[in-house]
Write a protein that binds this ligand. Structure first.
Ligand code: 5GP
Length: 209
């Protein structure tokens, strides 16, 4: 018997960072390497970028569709980021958590604050930092899809975004993807072992002695 076979409640893992800190790569790698966590696919009004797929990267909505989802109470949280609207659909989350699986959220600090108010016990939040100012600038400039104006705008917003790091449970500096990934996996493993999340532990202990 190992902990993996004991029933547990899933957790909500939030990754936030300024644009360019490497969060998208880290999310993708975590989803590939860990079979017990799945991505919460957000809705957004921003245009689709090359290579993105509807329903996989985002649910790409027209502003009026986003309004309708919001009016119908379909969002667990929503916020405006860089002039576009983003929201987390609520339908998937509860089912996944009760099935003992985890959900990964790639959302900003505004969304994290809203989730904290609604779901504090289920929430584990990690803020990803770039290793230096120069490296952050370099990474933003190498993103071909973004116009110069977007890069400049994001660099200006990065300082604002970074100022929210104290609101997170954990902070990981991403100078090396493998190391940052190992840190995130270590946090995830430890949080999964929390006594309060191991709903089947008292039954297991009861049969031990
Ligand atoms: P991008 O447009 O580059 O994919 O994302 C821009 C920012 O919006 C990122 O910081 C990302 O974490 C954030 N974001 C993406 N989806 C959501 C969401 O559903 N809610 C909130 N609050 N932020 C989101």
């Amino acid at each position: 018997m190992s902990n993996d076979q004991i029933a547990r409640r899933g957790l909500m893992l939030v990754l936030s960072s300024p644009s360019g800190a490497g969060k998208t790569t880290l999310s993708r790698r975590l989803l590939e390497s860990d079979g017990n966590i799945q991505l919460s696919v957000s809705a957004t009004t921003r245009p689709m970028r090359p290579g993105e797929k509807h329903g996989t990267d985002y649910h790409f909505l027209k502003p009026e569709e986003f309004d309708a989802w919001q009016a119908q109470g379909k969002f667990l949280e929503h916020a405006t980021v860089f002039g576009n609207r983003y929201g987390t659909p609520s339908h998937l989350v509860n089912d996944v958590l009760s099935a003992g699986r985890d959900v990964l959220f790639d959302i900003d600090w505004q969304g994290t604050q809203q989730l904290k108010e609604k779901k504090r016990d289920d929430l584990v939040s990690i803020f990803i930092l770039p290793p230096s100012h120069d490296e952050l600038e370099r990474r933003l400039k190498t993103r071909a899809q973004d116009s110069d104006e977007t890069v400049a705008g994001r660099m200006a917003k990065a300082a604002d975004e970074i100022s929210h790091w104290p609101e997170y449970d954990y902070v990981v500096v991403n100078s090396d993807v493998e190391k940052a990934l190992a840190d995130i996996q270590a946090i995830l493993n430890a949080e999964r072992l929390k006594r309060s999340r191991q709903t089947g532990i008292s039954g297991f202990v009861g049969k031990l002695v």
